[in-house]
Design a protein around this ligand. Structure first.
Ligand code: CUA
Length: 323
C-alpha cells in the first residue's frame, strides 16, 4: 500500500542524507566523531525503550482480548520498577553520557595552528585571518586545530559545521570560541543554526580542509592585495568598483574600494559560492547578483545595482580575476 511505500522513501531519504557534506553522521574530525557516537548511543537506547513499550502494549492487547481481568499481586512492584527505577536509570545514563561529551567538547584539542575570528552578519560570515579578511569560506590545514573566536555584528547567530563540530552561538557583547579540526581533506558545509531572520537559511559557509602546503599557498595568496588586471575589460571593471556605490560597502585591498559593511572582495574570484552559499560563484550568477541580488536572496542588505550593461560586464570580468 501507500504507507509502506512512503516509509521506504523516507528511509531512503534519511539514509542518503548521511553522506552529504553537511551531515553530522558523516564526521571528519574528533569532535564530530564524539557527537556521532553519542547520537547513535541515544538512538539505540531510545529504540530499545520504544520497542519494549511497544511489545508491552501488543502483549496487553493480545492477552486481554475476550478475557476477564483478574487482579494479581505484584502490581505495585511492577509500576515502581518499570515506571520509576528503569526510566530513572536510562535518563541518568544518557545524561551522564551527554555531560561527558560536553566536557570533552569544551576542551581544546591541542596547540592551535592559528587563531581566526568569525563574525556573524545578517546574513553572511566575515572571516578574519591574522593578515587578511575574507568571507563565507574558511580554509584550515588538515590535522591541525584552528581556534575560532566567534562574535556577532548584530543578532544571535550560531556557527555549525556538522561534519566537524558542535554548534556554538555568536552572542552580542560576548566572546565565544571553538576549535576546528578535520582529519580528512575535504569541503565541509556549515550553516547558521540559530534563527536570525529572513535569510537564516541563506547563511551558509564552507570549511575547506587542505594539506599543509596547499593551505600555506592559499594563505600567501589571500594576504596579497588585488593585482592590477592586464585585461582592458577587467581594468575598466576596477574603475566601476571604485567609482560606483560598490566601494561604499566593499573593500578590494589595493584599490580605492575600502567600505566595511559588506564582504571583503579582495580575493572574491577564489571563492566557490556567492551570497553566503546561496549560489555558485560563476559569471552568470554574479551578474544576476550584482543587478538585483534580491531576486536570489530576498531581504539581503545589498541594494540592486542598475549598471549599464558594459559596466556590468566589466565588473564581472574584474571580480572573476580577483583570485
Ligand atoms: Cu544567522 Cu541564522
Amino acid at each position: 500500500g501507500g504507507r509502506p511505500g512512503a516509509l521506504l522513501l523516507l528511509g531512503v531519504a534519511v539514509l542518503t542524507s548521511c553522506s552529504s557534506p553537511q551531515s553530522a553522521l558523516d564526521p571528519a574530525g574528533p569532535s564530530a566523531r564524539r557527537l556521532e557516537a553519542l547520537w547513535w548511543g541515544l538512538f539505540a537506547v531510545s529504540a530499545v525503550v520504544w520497542l519494549v513499550v511497544l511489545l508491552c502494549i501488543v502483549y496487553a492487547l493480545v492477552r486481554r482480548r475476550g478475557q476477564e481481568v483478574k487482579p494479581r499481586g505484584g502490581g505495585t512492584r511492577a509500576v515502581v520498577v518499570a515506571g520509576l527505577i528503569i526510566p530513572t536509570l536510562v535518563l541518568v545514563g544518557t545524561f551522564v553520557a551527554t555531560l561527558s561529551v560536553m566536557r570533552a567538547e569544551a576542551e581544546p584539542p591541542d596547540e592551535p595552528a592559528l587563531t581566526i575570528e568569525v563574525i556573524g552578519h545578517l546574513w553572511w560570515w566575515e572571516v578574519r585571518y591574522p593578515d587578511f579578511v575574507t568571507a563565507n569560506e574558511i580554509h584550515i590545514p588538515v590535522d591541525r586545530s584552528v581556534r575560532v573566536e566567534l562574535r556577532t555584528a548584530d543578532v544571535i547567530h550560531s556557527f555549525w559545521v556538522p561534519p566537524l563540530t558542535s554548534k556554538t552561538d555568536l552572542i552580542p557583547n560576548m566572546d565565544n570560541e571553538l576549535w576546528l579540526l578535520a582529519d580528512e581533506v575535504g569541503v565541509y558545509r556549515g550553516q547558521c543554526a540559530e534563527f536570525c531572520g529572513a535569510q537564516h537559511a541563506g547563511m551558509a559557509f564552507l570549511v575547506i580542509a587542505q594539506p599543509a602546503d596547499e593551505f600555506d599557498e592559499w594563505m600567501a595568496d589571500q594576504a596579497r592585495p588585488a593585482e592590477t588586471p592586464t585585461d582592458p575589460l577587467a581594468l575598466r571593471g576596477r574603475e566601476v568598483i571604485e567609482s560606483q556605490s560598490c566601494a561604499a560597502c566593499h573593500t578590494v585591498r589595493g584599490t580605492e574600494a575600502d567600505g566595511d559593511i559588506g564582504p571583503d572582495l579582495t580575493h572574491f574570484g577564489s571563492r566557490r559560492t556567492l551570497g553566503a552559499g546561496v549560489a555558485p560563484n560563476d559569471p552568470g550568477w554574479l551578474g544576476g547578483w550584482i543587478s538585483n541580488s534580491q531576486t536570489i536572496k530576498p531581504g539581503n542588505l545589498m541594494p540592486p545595482q542598475p549598471l549599464a550593461p558594459e559596466d556590468l560586464n566589466a565588473l564581472i570580468a574584474y571580480l572573476e580575476t580577483l583570485e
